[in-house]
Design a protein around this ligand. Structure first.
Ligand code: SF4
Length: 356
């Protein structure tokens, strides 16, 4: 592909013709000197659908550790000898404080996240009540990510007021068994079906940098295109000591940006959210996520590590001439302090990260 071919692809996408897999494969092989054109094409599609507005959300690890699953990237799995987080759970009032801090920082949505394969009845009702309280404040969308759900659990969470449910597919069907053996890809797909049937928005994306090939990445991105989640989080692996992926090299920043751009071209009108690994993998190029086609990002802390300060992120958005979808509320400094306290419950371990 040359420069003209790239811009012709973007033109066809804007006219409603989906990107073909063969075109995506060619774009993944572009030489470095053509990457600015790929980013310009992705950015043009983002602006067509979103204008100059970008969105951010925030999460809190309401329950961490002690997980019976064996996800190879995860510090919270009980299968690996990681610098272990003790199992811990935040009291509901601390989750609400974290939500308040997120609102003060400009987040338009706030997600309550649990470790583990699936929530039990107590989790649904306890976090459901918190979610309802967040919803009733009326400042942010209330979201959850509690693991696999059956149809009844999805309905109950929706009844509590959960607007959106996150459940990432993580990788391709083919590569998934190399990453997780304690549950199946179909378990994850079934959860997404239940979420949609219950009337919640679907948030589902991936984790890149686990050793997958570009073919795996395209299998996943085209599967997501078929599923049409409302939000597609893109995470980049931070290898954790003690996990099977501890020696994986971090993805180079330009490869992360190429993935973001391909995601925008394949899923042109979806919310493409850059989540875990942004600071670690993109470093000084974080602001390029928008130039590469993302229109959304996670602000504040991740599940078990601290992100950079919300002030820096807001400054980045402003310097790019972009606007946050939700205006910033009250004092950010106070909000940040609350968030740090709430998102790091009893975990003294350095370097933990579970991509959102
Ligand atoms: S990603 Fe979730 S399900 Fe997998 S080991 Fe970590 S906490 Fe458990």
């Amino acid at each position: 592909m040359n420069r003209d071919d790239i811009h012709a692809c973007a033109e066809r996408i804007l006219r409603g013709r989906p990107l073909h897999r063969r075109e995506a494969e060619s774009l993944a092989e572009l030489p470095a000197d053509l990457l600015p054109d790929l980013f310009a094409a992705a950015s043009r599609i983002r602006e067509h659908h979103r204008g100059r507005v970008v969105r951010c959300c925030s999460i809190v690890a309401a329950k961490i550790g002690a997980c019976g699953e064996d996800c190879a990237f995860c510090s919270q799995s009980g299968h690996y000898r990681t610098p272990v987080c003790q199992p811990a759970e935040l009291p509901p009032e601390q989750v609400l404080q974290a939500a308040q801090a997120a609102a003060a920082n400009g987040a338009e949505a706030f997600g309550v996240v649990n470790s583990g394969y699936a929530p039990d009845d107590g989790d649904i009702d306890r976090w459901g009540a918190v979610i309802r309280a967040i919803r009733d404040r009326g400042t942010m969308r209330a979201c959850a990510s509690l693991g696999c759900l059956d149809a009844d659990q999805a309905r109950r969470l929706a009844d509590w007021g959960t607007a959106c449910y996150n459940h990432n597919l993580q990788t391709s069907r083919r590569f998934f068994p190399r990453i997780v053996t304690t549950h199946s890809y179909d378990d994850r797909l079934a959860t997404l079906r239940h979420v949609r049937q219950a009337g919640m928005m679907v948030c589902s994306g991936a984790l890149f940098g686990m050793g997958e090939t570009w073919a795996d990445r395209f299998d996943l991105l085209f599967e997501l295109r078929d599923l049409a989640p409302d939000i597609v989080p893109l995470n980049f692996l931070i290898p954790i000591a003690g996990t099977p992926l501890e020696h994986r090299p971090r993805l180079p920043a330009m490869e992360c940006l190429r993935i973001i751009a391909l995601a925008r071209l394949i899923l042109p009108d979806r919310e493409i959210k850059v989540a875990g690994g942004r600071e670690a993998c993109l470093g000084d190029l974080q602001s390029w996520i928008f130039l590469a086609g993302a229109d959304s990002f996670l602000i504040g802390n991740y599940l078990t590590t601290l992100g950079r300060s919300p002030e820096e992120d807001r400054r980045m958005v402003q310097q790019l001439g972009l606007t946050l979808a939700r205006p910033v509320g009250s004092s950010c400094e106070a909000g940040q302090r609350l968030q740090v306290a709430a998102a790091s419950p009893a975990c003294p371990c350095p370097g933990h990260n579970l991509p959102a």
